[in-house]
Design a binder for this molecule. Structure first.
Ligand code: B3K
Ligand code: ZN
Length: 840
């Protein structure tokens, strides 16, 4: 039943042109198609054609004008065809009004819109719905809606022409009562491009920041990659019901409204940051994804890993490299390492799937980007830029593979990447252990790499690991600037000679490879690196590892918070030469989930409540140690009105909020109450509210917030989530249950559903409460959502992927819920595959 990479065969036909006529008539929507096929010279000749199709009512079909009666199944149709080129015409009826899966053509708040990646186009009409079939499209939309959009350039009257051959997954159509926030852009070679962001009437001003981010992205891609936009118009549409963040449809990106709409009073700094990054990501797909697409879905990382890497470079240029890198790595560890260390581990390029939508994962996206980060380390900036030029040159218009991608690096740089390619095929996070020796002025670093077995891959081979290293002398000066060591063996040593005194090595600078570094080091040396490392990432990392070790001893031995950590962090937070955003990150302790995995890795059974309690004790100790500094910074970091979302101001607010959270452990929430009453922006309003809820002083503020914002869907999503995330863990399940009974809990809306269920996941002590109440509630909701929206259900089922870390009782309770889901009659393939893999 699974689809396998090894079984790829080309489609026997090429599509020369597609023309579609849509009659948008609610439950009786009609789609007529005219498709010109010709035999594919690169494939075996075929006398019949198979076209994908799902939930389509075929009205009629013709080949070269003559009626045909194809054989239909729930997955598509088969029809005999002539031996030469031919024209297929057909009409189907579909019902977008009852399409709650948000896949294919559906309605959201009265507008029509589509989502076709990965396999939604087959719910619109019969078609070879696979990414290696690329064709130019012309689309006619007949509808009463005032705004009618599709891919490409407008020909007027609801007709659109897209000259660039594209796979069906990039098709899009929108029709609705929408208004545009408009601007324009002139490309490097002088093409004038109209830019529109389409929103519901009244929301136009909230699209201003997204437009600004779009223009900066267009300019950046020209300057950095030499890539220009290639149509006369670029449209973005904001839609409220959407399964993910956004979609890069050619010339017509469709976005979850959460990642488009922002105003100071409704969006937080982190929303602005995400909008900038996602707008850039989807725009960058125009070259990495659309002009060069994927041969098959196994190659998904070809477009996603590369496009994430590009959006990370962009954000780093916009917002500062150090802070950006730290937040990337935090995210990678929280999502990708978690995935890689559990039952869902899979290679960056998977080898089989049942439901491809289950593979839009942190591994494909984030680890896929890390692999490119390493590649760039190995070939250098020049090599990277030569390889990318060659990639665009050689593969423009292609549906390409990872082999094609690696070949451009080999051809451009002369490097053999055979061993490196294991990063694409081997699942699991390599563990890199380091021991150190110093003798006669020579420092030797002895590294070992090991990757544990993952599902389907019992043995692992050594990978190429770029290890960026610097050396710091005893007085804190750097004696060796960053150098990249290349490890390719299972065990390998590197020597640094001619040293007058024993230096401290700063290893894996900038997180040069996605590995777990295991390096026994005493607290004092870690504190030394925290104080002196010249690599900002590793300086932060020193604090994080020290924090982890301290917390581990607090949990397992009942130790007290270590003074080395407290004074080290205090010094950094007070250091005015460091940017506020960086200091804010320094105040963040490792997450409860991260600690659970760390404890599990070192042979302990993590107790979620004990982890939470230890973290609380450490936070109390930090607040006590730093109180006067925090109080001073809280005042100093106040940003002047009017609110500006730029990185510098956001950094100040981040530090201020971090100070607030700690100070509230000392001031009875006086500052939080005052800030909640006075805040003129959502960032601080939320920071204050979160603090109040966390300290059980939020009841009034929660009500006031509701009264103020109940009309605003995006703000109400925050209201739902915050109450769950910050609920005391003892009552989190009841809080979440009450919120799911709230009249505003529109569970069919993915954002709202994720607010509460995602909030439950983000409160691990509450989620793993010993009586299993949260597990049951969570599973009840997955069961309810599955028939309505299988994609979102399947994705949310990953809450249970860590079951094997916990004690026997919790394991049994989680497995019971998973088995209850697995046994459901009519369970979707999406959720069925996920639950099956999680259970193992
Ligand atoms: N390519 C889309 C994701 C499609 C998800 C399909 N289940 C958005 C992105 O990565 O840019
Ligand atoms: Zn993407």
């Amino acid at each position: 039943r699974p689809v396998r990479l090894a079984e790829y065969t080309p489609f026997p036909f090429v599509v020369e042109h597609v023309e579609l006529w849509f009659t948008l008539a609610g439950a009786e929507t009609r789609v007529r198609s005219r498709i010109r096929f010709a035999p594919n010279p690169a494939a075996e000749p075929a006398r019949e054609i198979f076209l994908h199709g799902k939930a389509l009512a075929l009205q009629w079909a013709r080949i070269d004008g003559a009626d045909v009666q194809p054989e239909t199944t729930p997955k598509g149709l088969t029809c005999p065809v002539p031996s030469g080129p031919f024209t297929w015409e057909a009409e189907v009826q579909i019902d977008p009004t009852t399409n709650t899966s948000l896949d294919g053509l559906y309605t959201s708040g009265g507008m029509y819109c589509t989502q076709c990646e990965a396999e939604g186009f087959r719910k619109i009409t019969y078609y070879p719905d696979r990414p290696d079939v690329m064709a130019p499209f012309r689309v006619h939309i007949d509808s009463d809606m005032p705004v009618k959009l599709s891919n490409g350039n407008p020909l007027g009257d609801g007709t659109w022409d897209d000259p660039w051959p594209k796979p069906a997954y990039l098709f899009a159509l929108v029709a609705g009562d929408l208004r545009a926030f408009s601007s324009d852009f002139t490309t490097l070679s002088g093409r004038h491009v109209d830019l529109n962001i389409w929103v519901r009437p009244g929301d136009e001003p909230r699209a201003e920041y997204a437009m600004d981010a779009l223009i900066r992205s267009m300019k950046w891609d020209e300057e950095t990659y030499g890539r220009e936009y290639d149509l006369d118009v670029f449209n973005i549409v904001a839609v409220d019901d959407f399964n993910m963040g956004a979609m890069e449809n050619k010339g017509l990106n469709i976005f979850n409204s959460k990642y488009v709409l922002a105003s100071p009073d409704t969006a937080t700094d982190s929303d602005y940051d995400l909008i900038e990054g996602i707008i850039a990501h989807e725009y960058f797909h125009n070259w990495t994804g659309n002009r060069i697409t994927c041969r098959d879905w196994f190659q998904l990382c070809l477009k996603e890993g590369l496009t994430v890497f590009r959006d990370q470079q962009f954000s780093s240029d916009m917002r500062g490299a150090a802070v950006k890198r730290i937040t990337e790595v935090m995210q990678l560890r929280a999502r990708q390492f978690r995935e890689d260390q559990g039952p869902l581990a899979h290679p960056v390029r998977p080898e089989e799937y049942i439901e491809i939508n289950n593979f839009y994962t942190a591994t494909v996206y984030e680890k896929g980007a890390e692999v490119i980060h390493m590649l760039k380390h190995l070939v250098g900036d020049d090599g990277y830029s030569k390889a990318l030029d060659l990639y665009f040159d050689r593969h423009d218009g292609d549906a390409a593979t990872i082999e094609d991608w690696l070949k451009v690096f080999e051809d451009a740089t002369g490097r053999d990447l055979t061993q490196f390619s294991r990063w694409y095929s081997q699942a699991g996070t390599p563990r890199l252990s380091l021991t150190e020796r110093f003798n006669d002025g020579t420092l030797t670093l002895d590294f070992k790499q090991e990757t544990r077995p993952t599902p389907g891959q019992p043995t692992k081979l050594p990978q190429v690991i770029p290890i960026a290293v610097g050396l710091i002398g005893p007085n804190g000066d750097e004696v060796l600037p960053t150098t990249v060591l290349e490890m390719s063996e299972a065990e390998q040593s590197f020597e640094f000679t001619g040293l007058s005194a024993r230096p401290v090595a700063s290893v894996l600078r900038g997180f040069s490879a996605p590995v777990v570094l295991d390096r026994p080091l005493d607290n004092a040396t870690r504190a030394f690196l925290l104080a002196h490392d010249t690599d900002p990432f590793n300086r932060w990392e020193a604090g994080r590892v020290l924090g982890k070790e301290v917390l581990t001893r607090m949990i397992t031995e009942g130790a007290a918070p270590a003074p080395d950590l407290l004074t080290g962090l205090h010094r950094l937070v007070a250091d005015a030469s460091l940017e506020p955003a960086y200091r804010a990150l320094m105040l963040g302790l490792p997450s409860e989930d991260d600690l659970a995995q760390t404890l599990f890795d070192s042979g302990h059974v993590p107790d979620p409540a004990a982890i939470h309690a230890a973290r609380e004790r450490l936070l109390d100790a930090m607040a006590a140690e730093m109180e006067p500094t925090l109080a001073r910074l809280y005042d100093e970091m106040e940003t002047p009105a009017p609110y500006s979302p730029d990185a510098e101001a956001a950094g100040k607010r981040a530090l201020r909020s971090a100070c607030l959270a700690l100070l509230s452990r000392r001031d009875g929430c006086a500052r939080a109450q005052a800030l909640f009453a006075a805040a003129d922006n959502m960032t601080e309003e939320m920071a204050a509210l979160a603090t109040l809820v966390r300290h059980d002083q939020g009841a009034e503020a929660v009500q006031a917030f509701y009264d103020k914002w109940r009309h605003d869907r995006l703000v109400m999503d925050k209201w739902f989530m915050l109450q769950v995330v910050h609920a005391r863990h003892e009552i989190m399940a009841e809080t979440a249950a009450a919120l799911t009974a709230h009249p505003d809990f529109d569970w069919k809306n993915p954002n709202r559903f994720r607010s509460v269920l995602g909030g439950m996941q983000a409160n691990p002590a509450g989620f793993h409460r010993a009586d299993g109440a949260a597990y049951r509630l969570y599973a009840d909701w997955l069961i309810k959502l599955d028939p309505v929206n299988p994609q979102t259900t399947a994705r949310m089922s990953t809450a249970f992927e860590t079951w094997a870390r916990y004690d026997a009782d919790r394991q049994a309770m989680m497995r019971e819920q998973l088995e209850r889901i697995a046994a459901l009659e009519g369970l979707s393939e999406n959720t069925g595959e996920m639950v099956g893999r999680i259970l193992g």
